[in-house]
Design a protein around this ligand. Structure first.
Ligand SMILES: NC(=O)c1ccc[n+]([C@@H]2O[C@H](COP(=O)([O-])OP(=O)(O)OC[C@H]3O[C@@H](n4cnc5c(N)ncnc54)[C@H](OP(=O)(O)O)[C@@H]3O)[C@@H](O)[C@H]2O)c1
Length: 244
């Protein structure tokens, strides 16, 4: 049977490790070509090997998401090398753990720029290519703190609320078009990020990066009329989460 993403091109930011690596590999299993974006070349090369092993093609684009020129270049290179774009996954993120009164303006700005400003610029720059796809997808990876707020995370929480707000507006703007826009709001996932910020959570309780990747794969291969705008994903041991 033909793979579901044969001939499709995806950009995944933060593809060097963690959730971004898992998403890249999941897309590759369905034969996508994945543009792997992050700063650390060594980590991107490791992901590239795994993408190839999974049956996909890959292209490494070393990208600094705090620099607008670098973000524009990511889209430009995609257009020049592959001539199309079908899936944009805004996954890269940074966090900062401190009381608000101890959070420097630069820490707040770094969270805002990587987590909210970069996806905004990438969506804007990628839209012309996505519009040419038969079926385009934008998947933004927010967080539980895109809808809630936890102590010691004011900078991170601000940025994820901003990302969610932008995603809602964009989904409205693209309603009825060929492009579907999704937001994922996960709780603790077993990656380097959570090990640094929430070492108190038992590793065995964390969500696997592959579990997030499976959901992304589902969203970008789903062909029916049903749309799942926003997915809230929590650890099985945590409090059930029905909004409010
Ligand atoms: N882990 C969790 O519990 C959790 C829960 C909810 C939501 N999330 C969200 O899920 C996403 C992925 O998180 P993760 O846990 O996989 O994090 P991670 O393991 O720390 O990976 C983050 C990725 O983003 C890239 N990145 C960071 N700053 C960048 C920059 N300035 N320019 C380009 N790339 C940059 C990193 O690569 P370089 O450093 O090499 O650039 C890395 O590939 C993030 O948006 C995070 O907020 C995570």
């Amino acid at each position: 049977m033909a793979k579901q993403l044969t001939g499709k091109v995806a950009i995944v930011t933060g593809a060097g490790r963690g959730i971004g690596r898992a998403i890249s590999i999941a897309l590759a299993r369905e034969a996508a070509t994945v543009i792997l974006a992050a700063r650390s070349i060594d980590q991107l090369q490791q992901t590239a090997r795994q993408v190839k092993e999974a049956g996909g093609k890959e292209f490494i684009a070393v990208t600094e998401l705090t620099e607008e020129e670098s973000i524009r270049n990511l889209v430009k290179v995609t257009g020049e090398k592959l001539g199309r774009l079908d899936i944009l996954v805004n996954n890269a993120g940074v966090t900062h753990s401190a009381k608000l009164e101890d959070t420097k303006t630069e820490d707040w700005q770094r969270c805002m720029w990587v987590n909210a400003r970069a996806p905004f610029i990438l969506c804007r720059e990628a839209l012309p290519l996505l519009r040419e796809s038969e079926a385009g997808y934008i998947v933004n990876i927010a967080s539980v703190v895109g809808v809630k707020g936890y102590p010691l995370q004011s900078a991170y929480t601000s940025s994820k609320h901003a990302l969610r707000g932008m995603t809602i507006s964009l989904a409205e703007e693209l309603r009825g078009s060929n492009i579907r826009v999704h937001l994922l709001c996960p709780g603790g996932v077993d990656t380097e990020m959570v090990q640094n910020v929430r070492p108190d959570i038992d590793k065995a309780d964390l969500i696997g990066p592959n579990e997030i990747a499976e959901l992304v794969l589902y969203l970008v291969t789903h062909k029916g009329n049903a749309v799942m705008d926003e997915l809230h994903i929590r650890r099985a041991s945590s409090t059930p989460w029905f909004g409010g």
